[in-house]
Design a protein around this ligand. Structure first.
Ligand code: GMT
Length: 393
């Protein structure tokens, strides 16, 4: 039985966030491993590409005059019931507690003994922000507690889940997030002129004084938790000592404010806001330091992708980031909000000598040794088989 292909549904937010990235990669990898995979959502996840063995099922959230807010949770639960029935699902793997684990709980209640096993992967703010909000805590607790298995990407989030949901004995498996180290690779040689060309191609003023200078980079969804104003503050401090560039990749609520600040300081020739980018590898590869000054971070997938490309990371010493970034090798951890300390850490990496190259190699080695996709996908597959075995399905 253990080698039989499984019928798995994956549910996630179809956004640029790390949870959607990880969910899409798990689903596509499971399909490549011979399992039958069904993505369920309002849209396919951003990183989803057509893969034999993987199908997408759209959730239609219909509006009616009586609704003030169309109930996505219920439409999703109903679609889960349909797909579970038609595909005879073994596993329903939901990413992000609210509302996905809740919809799964409802679908399981409808399906009764025919229900697939529910695997819930928690990602971060679903516990630390939404789960901690009394408007959602009781429902989050029930949905997590009733899952057949719960996974998280870091020890930090396991502890936070037990504390926030007041479930001290909850069985939680830590499966770190992962990266495809064959796709996210360092360049043969870093070429600053690639970044110069990018600045020229994307329009706006450029500055020849930084033509061959280093580039700092940040990738996120520009939510307040990412502290993108700190990214700019760190850049300003570094740039005052060592003229350099900054690439800001992604989009979200704080982008307009930080972009306006960069403009008002006359930084446009050296700072580019690229918005959302699908192909990160050629951008990351030619950058020098990745900045992640977040308020909290259960893991930090974008930082891991940079590390796999040989880019050292300077990050806040919060949440799960100490599991990812080794403050001694290939990166620096600095207290959240300490923009002077972060600037010093960046400057130490960019000092003349071998330090930047050495840190890049260490960052890459850490990604390959601890966060390579294969073994961590094995852990998910083992988790699926364990919950099925436990119930004798
Ligand atoms: O919880 C969020 O903020 C959104 C979520 C996402 O969809 O990207 O991010 C979380 O999950 C990622 C994937 O596991 C982690 O890499 C991020 O660290 C985590 N974000 C936070 O904890 C703030």
């Amino acid at each position: 039985m253990t080698d039989q292909p499984l019928r798995i549904a994956i549910v996630c937010y179809p956004t640029y966030g790390g949870s959607g990235v990880i969910a899409a990669e798990i689903g596509m990898a499971m399909a490549r491993r011979g399992h039958l995979v069904h993505f369920i959502g309002t849209d396919p996840p951003r990183r989803f590409t057509a893969t034999p063995g993987a199908a997408f099922h759209r959730v239609e959230v219909r509006d009616y005059p009586v609704f003030q807010y169309p109930p996505y949770t219920l439409a999703l639960a109903s679609r889960m019931v349909e797909v579970a029935t038609s595909a005879n699902l073994d596993i329903l793997h939901v990413h992000y507690a609210i509302p996905h684990a809740t919809s799964a709980f409802l679908a399981a209640a409808v399906l009764g003994p025919r229900s697939p096993k529910i695997v819930t992967t928690l990602h971060g703010t679903d516990i630390t922000v939404i789960g901690a909000d009394p408007s959602y805590t009781p429902v989050t607790r029930l949905s997590v507690e009733r899952s057949d298995a719960v996974t998280v990407p870091s020890r930090f989030l396991a502890d936070a889940t037990r504390a926030v949901l007041d479930l001290p004995g909850l069985d939680i498996e830590v499966i770190p997030n992962f990266v495809d180290c064959a796709q996210f690779v360092p360049p043969r040689a870093r070429q600053p002129e690639r970044i110069r060309d990018l600045f020229e191609r994307t329009g706006g003023p450029t500055d020849d004084a930084v033509a061959g200078a280093p580039t700092l980079v940040h990738v996120s969804n520009f939510r307040p938790v990412k502290r993108v104003h700190d990214v700019l503050a760190v850049y300003e401090r570094v740039n005052a000592v060592l003229p350099c560039r900054l690439l800001m990749i992604g989009d979200g609520p704080d982008r307009a404010g930080v972009e306006a600040r960069a403009r008002s300081q006359g930084l446009e020739p050296r700072v580019r806001f690229l918005g959302r980018q699908d192909d990160l590898v050629p951008l990351l590869q030619h950058c020098d330091v990745f900045l992640l000054p977040s308020e909290t971070e259960s893991f930090g997938v974008a930082a891991l992708e940079a590390m796999a490309c040989g880019v050292p990371v300077v990050a806040s010493d919060v949440g799960g980031l100490p599991d990812l970034v080794d403050g001694d090798e290939g990166g620096h951890l600095v207290p959240c909000g300490d923009v002077d300390g972060m600037a010093r850490a960046v400057l130490s990496l960019l000092a003349p000598g071998e330090r930047r190259e050495q840190a890049g190699h260490q960052a890459r080695a850490r990604a390959v040794t601890h966060f390579q996709d294969g073994p961590l996908l094995d852990a998910y597959e083992a988790c699926y088989r364990r919950v099925l075995g436990r119930q004798g399905k």
